[in-house]
Design a protein around this ligand. Structure first.
Ligand SMILES: O=c1ccn([C@@H]2O[C@H](COP(=O)(O)OP(=O)(O)O[C@H]3O[C@H](CO)[C@@H](O)[C@H](O)[C@H]3O)[C@@H](O)[C@H]2O)c(=O)[nH]1
Ligand SMILES: [Mn+2]
Length: 758
């Protein structure tokens, strides 16, 4: 019996009574009922009709371009051909965006059924938290994530938490040691009062207040937390760990004078041993296992960034707890729902389909997004429509964090028809009954050594793949191509919350890394159309390409933003006259596309202003991050450069944060990206002014009419760029555009304009 696809009117949480429930079983008897359901989104037929009309519009635009191409001796022939190429690309890309809107599905889970049916069979779960730099990712933030997962509503003897510290930092280790102590009070407190969220920092956020019944305990725990935080921050401030603290734990002896971030031996410290019957919390309940890992780093060995650390985690955890399910989190992604493990298990443990499922990906949600989402990082439409749409084709993406994996599929196992995957109870803990913690640590260190992977399939067929800054996407694709079914799960109650970049520069650098990594995949043997051919559905292949092709989309965008403006100055029309019938398809496609995207944004919970901000970010990203990513990928393709991973900072100073909260764009430094942004903004402003001047001076109506579309385009760009002009000319704060950028952009934009006129 397959899980029924129910056409469901309400939102996903409303439990649909499915036919089987009423048929075979009486009330209370739910043995045969599925643990999860899949529902098709509403309104898809109407959408398909709408999309077809847009497609007709696009075809008419092409027809216009082909039939009205200027003759060889006429002016503007090459500009015209360029427009045609850009429009061809946009249409191709638009078709790809349709694939993810064709078959949007939603999933819902029944965790009560799971608890009733499977409580005694629950598998071991290993949670991996990755951190890489104690400066960009403060240890207090990291341990908040750790504490939030330690206090999951899940049997603690089956729960193990691993922190991988690529920064190899004593401070992070110290913070984790403090967390292991604090957990003894925190976990019982959370469970007793059903606290949510279970990251102390988020729970004690400035505007939170406790219920009366728990006030005393609340205050006491809050004080404990703050004392701990102060101790950690004091140690960081001081830059060293005092002898008193060092004496508290043998682990500190690993940090001698030779240890540095890029050069040190493997460090494995089991801070809480879940097998130890004395490792209990204030209520006498067993604590979950807690392990600190800093894999070996040597300058001469490539460490493969996050993928490398994940693979070390997979091996080390297999030695210590070997949970059948792995939850993988970035250090800023705290758990926002203490039942998240149970919800994810509803997929893995479903009788009918659970055995085919490889991973359950949650959307990356954030808790520091501003109201109107200044840098468009919330991606609500992507989360609620696009990713759910790819899932509809069976191709849910693995996004690197907030993802539950089946250990076997992550480690490279192929899916086969007779695989049942229900041996949840086999755990290594039994195997290691008599091993001491020291022995276990020594055995694990070997697995985290640089040389361990030499000559093995790690990074190729096993674990996460190496050689790409978006290791996650490639890895997910490979898992699907091995026959497994992934799931994308987007519950109303967000399971994880992370941190988005709070400056424009960081936001753009992040997008550059992504778009570059994604474009590399397109060029590699993993191109979904080739690698996935015959293994995953065409819709899923196209869905992948929606993201893989971010980078090349920069070229036509740049063209569309520059050439029509310059042609306006020169007086060369590239669009039909507004009075001509040919203008209709242009107008229709433009209006329909934007109306649809506004409607999508609003239904997904964005504000109108957020949509407008997205349009700006869309222009900015495509003309900077994606353009650079495109160039770098081509250079890389020619073999000139190496993969890099620029870690996103999770902290900024007060001043910058203040501006972020007021939704003011942050420039402040002189980067090439800012020069491009400013130049394009000015170019369009100059062209608009030039265009208006033309109309006022030579009142030739016919010429004027055919230039109106250019003026509209320029005007839209000018409107989108209002905050950029403010940053260039009017702002006085530190986040304004630096004068060097102002100067450079004025010179370049003026030169471009002059050259086009003469
Ligand atoms: O050498 C490294 C570099 C990074 N990380 C960790 O990887 C995570 C993601 O790095 P971050 O700088 O926060 O990048 P984001 O752009 O926020 O990451 C997104 O994009 C990455 C791929 O580019 C995915 O791996 C992430 O899961 C996804 O959240 C963080 O926890 C880092 O600590 C490491 O462990 N080792
Ligand atoms: Mn991040």
């Amino acid at each position: 019996m397959r899980t029924i696809l129910t056409q469901c009117k309400g939102s996903c949480v409303s439990v649909c009574v499915c036919e089987r429930e009423m048929g075979k079983h009486g009330a209370g008897e739910d043995e045969g009922l599925p643990l999860f359901e899949t529902k098709v989104a509403r309104g898809r037929v109407a959408y398909k009709i709408f999309a077809s009309t847009v497609f007709v519009g696009i075809c008419l635009i092409w027809l216009y371009r082909v039939t009205n191409i200027p003759r060889a001796e006429e002016q503007g022939r090459s500009a015209w051909i360029g427009m045609f190429m850009a429009e061809l690309w946009f249409c191709f890309y638009w078709i790809i965006t349709q694939s993810v809107r064709w078959n949007v599905i939603y999933r819902c889970t029944f965790k009560d059924r799971l608890s009733r049916r499977c409580e005694d069979k629950l598998p071991g779960v290993d949670v991996f938290v990755c951190t890489a730099d104690p400066k960009l990712e403060p240890p207090t933030m990291v341990i908040n994530t750790v504490l939030s997962v330690m206090s999951y509503n899940y049997p603690t003897e089956k729960l193990s938490i691993y922190l991988s510290d690529d920064g190899g930092s004593e401070m992070t280790f110290y913070a984790l040691l403090e967390a292991s102590q604090f957990a003894k009070h925190w976990i019982p407190f959370c469970k007793k009062f059903k606290v949510e969220p279970r990251s102390p920092e988020a729970y004690f956020a400035p505007n939170s207040d406790p219920q009366d019944t728990m006030f005393a305990q609340w205050l006491a725990i809050k004080k404990l937390y703050e004392d701990m935080k102060n101790r950690i921050e004091a140690a960081i401030e001081k830059g060293s760990i005092s002898k008193d603290i060092r004496d508290q734990h043998k682990g500190f002896s690993e940090w001698n004078s030779k240890v540095s971030q890029k050069d040190h031996q493997s460090i494995v410290q089991i801070l809480i041993d879940g097998r130890n019957q004395y490792a209990v919390d204030d209520d006498g309940c067993q604590l979950p296992t807690l392990v600190y890992l800093a894999r070996e780093k040597r300058p001469q060995w490539p460490h493969n960034f996050k993928a490398g650390s994940m693979n070390a985690l997979i091996r080390v955890s297999s030695e210590i707890s070997n949970g059948a399910i792995i939850l993988n989190l970035d250090c800023d992604m705290y758990s926002n729902n203490s039942d998240a493990i149970r919800e994810a298990l509803c997929f893995f443990m479903d009788k009918e389909r659970g055995h085919e499922i490889s991973y359950v990906q949650h959307p990356q949600s954030y808790d520091n997004v501003t109201k109107n989402d200044l840098y468009s990082s919330a991606c609500n439409v992507v989360h609620k429509i696009e990713l759910a749409g790819i899932d509809g084709h069976g191709g849910a993406l693995y996004c690197g964090t907030g993802c539950f994996h089946r250990r076997e599929s992550l480690c490279g196992r192929k899916y086969s028809k007779d695989y049942r995957g229900d041996q949840w109870n086999i755990m290594v803990t039994d195997k290691h009954k008599d091993t001491t913690v020291d022995e276990l640590e020594e055995a694990s260190k070997v697995l985290a050594n640089c040389s361990y992977e030499k000559g093995t399939q790690w990074g190729k067929e096993m674990g996460l793949k190496y050689g790409c800054p978006v290791e996650d996407i490639i890895t997910g694709l490979a898992i699907q191509c091995r026959g497994w079914k992934p799931v994308y799960y987007h519950p109303d109650m967000k399971s994880f919350l992370g941190v988005v970049p709070t400056t424009l520069d960081q936001a753009l650098v992040q997008h550059k890394r992504w778009s570059e990594g994604l474009f590399q995949i397109f060029f590699s043997k993993y191109c979904p159309f080739i690698y996935g051919h015959g293994k995953i559905k065409l819709g899923a292949q196209m869905g992948y390409c929606l993201y893989l092709l971010w980078a090349p989309t920069s070229l036509p965008t740049l063209y569309y933003l520059v050439v029509p403006s310059l042609c306006l100055l020169r007086g060369i029309p590239l669009f039909p006259k507004v009075s001509s019938l040919w203008f209709l398809p242009f107008a229709y496609v433009f209006v329909a596309r934007n109306a649809c995207s506004i409607a999508e944004a609003l239904t997904c919970g964005d504000t109108l202003k957020a949509w407008w901000n997205l349009q700006r970010m869309w222009v900015i990203r495509r003309t900077t991050s994606y353009a650079f990513a495109f160039i770098d990928t081509i250079i890389r393709q020619l073999g000139f450069s190496q993969t890099a991973f620029a870690i996103t900072a999770k902290v900024v100073d007060e001043d910058v944060l203040g501006r972020y909260e007021q939704e003011v764009l942050e420039f402040g430094s002189s980067s090439v990206m800012f020069t491009i942004i400013a130049t394009l903004a000015l170019l369009n402003l100059f062209s608009l002014i030039g265009g208006i001047k033309k109309i006022v001076w030579d009142v030739k109506l016919s010429a004027f009419e055919s230039l109106i579309p250019h003026m509209i385009l320029c005007w839209l760009m000018v409107m989108v760029n209002v905050p950029v002009y403010q940053a260039l000319f009017f702002r006085k704060d530190k986040g304004r555009m630096p004068n060097t950028v102002l100067f450079k952009s004025i010179v370049i934009a003026s030169l471009a304009c002059l050259m086009s006129v003469y």
